[in-house]
Design a protein around this ligand. Sequence first.
Ligand code: FE2
Length: 227
Amino acid sequence: MLHELMKLPYAYDALEPMMSAETLQYHHGKHHAGYVTKLNALISGTAEFESKSLVEIIKHADGAVYNNAAQVYNHDFFWTTLSPESTVPSLALDSVINAQFGSIEAFKKAFIEKGVTLFGSGWVWLCIDDKKNLSIVNTSNADNPLRSGLVPLMVCDVWEHAYYIDYRNARADYLENWWKLLNWKFVSFNFANHEKHRGDYFSNFCKDNTPYCDYIDALDAKEESGS
Ligand SMILES: [Fe+2]
């Protein structure tokens, strides 16, 4: 299957002032789009990968196919980890973060520290393992924790292209402001469904009909009915 550039669930200027429209134009419109184009060119006509989902490619490919597939997935995950709306963790997620990190504030500090100290380009993830232990994991370049058997719950992009326009080389300032955009609804959904979806929250990348979209539709319907 050929892959599509994810349609952002908000406008390019919706994350300002923490993340500018210019950053989103380049990051989503050029960098993310470039990975999708390269992936499709690499897998088109191949028996091994053309019909596979992103998660299947990430688990089995190497080299350029792996790098581009992982970068498509990582960016899909990154954009959905953000929201212009103010959100809070579910009670279940809040409870497990408090139990494992001490407090949300302590978790935030540890997550940002992991991003600041990552050498070079990469990603900072909150993951969960088979024993329901949470961990903050750094991956370099395109690497993805699905390869290590972990299930990702949230991610921050710490490639320079994610922040250089707005923050120049001040990665710590970017991470502090990025935190204000955190979509706790998505992280909570991932936590609640990690055993079922195993990180494949965008199954087959039918962008308007992912398990996460269904979840948000259900939440919105609940809010509208006042229940
Ligand atoms: Fe990026």
